[in-house]
Design a protein around this ligand. Structure first.
Ligand code: SAM
Length: 372
């Protein structure tokens, strides 16, 4: 294996010691004496994991992804079940989540896995509808021009590009569990592309002035622990900006077919990859509970059927969810189809969700521009 192999082996050992087992509640960080080994580990891990990503992977279709019949209980999801069609599993009324056992094995097994046909186009449509809102929030929050930025779960990469533009003297580390849709950004001088699982892999404390994550926390089983880790990765005074959907407007939709379609979409994602499409509603509390000083919050309705930029996102999302359910021979596929067919009807417009953006500062000092 030679010198490269030795480096990788020692890196693997060091990475194992250094991993942040966030979802297990364990926080095991490098000591100062490990600094050299850590740098070797990070270098080797970037090289090694990029190679692995390029090979792609196979899709798993698991029967456990199908919905179980409703067990009753009188909460709002039981009510939806009375609107006709197959039953939806009730939420836990205390947490608004279904039991963890309902979820399959994470993002990669879900309906919006990068392995799904069309996922890149769907992510591009998400960027088109959300990027202007994100840029507005970033500018309101105040991003230093020379900031070292971390973009977590970069998806198809538009926010990493945006941060590189907003910080002409800074640097952007763009991460994801699957970097295939923005791998080309590695050629940019001020961008590092990194295969990185935010629930497992760490960064040295104080590595960044800015951390951003959009539509990522809602897919994780432990957003609280991940926010705590993000705080460690920031310098004192560092800026956190997180964004997520809140599906609550769907509950009050006057269009039963769309209401039902959006709820089926919600539960397909929750059952297949553990996602919580209502996390946006809790985002502000999560950020302050993680110890950040609240900077601000912005909310934008995401319309459906108005001919705007969100329509393509909804079309592609429903189509992908439909394909996912149809492959599992689920009768819910028809309900997704019915909702999708409403989008292009001239007499239909609805509020599908709210997009929520929350930012805050890590206490401990004013955020200084590293170039100053
Ligand atoms: C809905 S997409 C959002 C993409 C991008 N943030 C955006 O808003 O355009 C969610 C992204 O989070 C990534 N992701 C999911 N779980 C992750 C994890 N544990 N660590 C890092 N990224 C993750 C997915 O691979 C996917 O690219």
């Amino acid at each position: 294996m030679g010198a490269d192999g030795d480096l990788l082996r020692s890196a693997a050992r060091t990475r194992r010691r250094a991993k942040l087992h966030l979802c297990d509640g364990r926080l095991d960080q490098f000591g100062a004496e490990d600094r050299e080994a850590r740098q070797a580990a990070e270098h080797a891990s970037i090289t090694h994991r990029h190679r692995a990503v390029a090979t792609g992977g196979a899709v798993r279709w698991e029967p456990s992804l199908l919905f179980r019949p409703s067990t009753g209980g009188g909460d709002r999801h039981t009510r939806y079940a009375t609107e006709g069609g197959p039953s939806l599993t009730p939420l836990d009324p205390m947490t608004s989540r279904r039991p963890a056992a309902e979820a399959a094995s994470g993002y990669d097994a879900g309906a919006f896995s990068h392995h799904m046909t069309g996922e890149q186009g769907r992510l591009r449509a998400l960027e088109k509808l959300w990027d202007p809102f994100t840029e507005h929030s970033l500018r309101r929050a105040g991003v230093p021009a020379a900031a070292r930025c971390l973009e977590v779960g970069a998806g198809a990469g538009s926010v990493a590009r945006m941060l590189a533009r907003i910080c002409p003297g800074g640097h952007v580390t763009a991460t994801d569990i699957d970097t295939r849709f923005f791998a080309e950004l590695a050629a940019e001088e001020r961008v590092t592309v990194l295969s990185h699982d935010v629930t497992q892999d760490g960064f040295p404390a104080g590595s960044f002035e800015v951390v951003h994550a959009r539509m990522v926390l809602c897919h994780l089983s432990c957003p609280e622990q991940v926010l705590a880790a993000m705080s460690q990765w920031l310098v004192p005074g560092g800026l956190l900006l997180v964004e997520d959907f809140d599906l609550a407007p769907a509950d009050a939709s006057p269009h039963p077919v769309m209401r039902r379609g959006l709820h089926v979409a919600e539960q397909t994602l929750e059952a297949s990859q553990g996602s919580d499409l209502r996390l946006g509603r809790r985002l502000q509390a999560l950020v302050t509970d993680a110890g950040f000083d609240l900077g601000g919050m912005a909310v934008q309705p995401v319309l459906i059927g108005d001919g705007g930029p969100a329509d393509e996102f909804w079309r592609l999302s429903f189509a992908q969810l439909h394909e996912f359910q149809a492959r599992n021979s689920s009768p819910l596929a028809g309900e997704l189809d019915a909702a999708m067919s409403l989008i292009d009807r001239p007499d239909f417009t609805d509020i599908g969700m709210h997009a929520v953006s929350v930012w805050g500062r890590k206490p401990g000092g004013p955020l200084s521009d590293p170039s100053a």
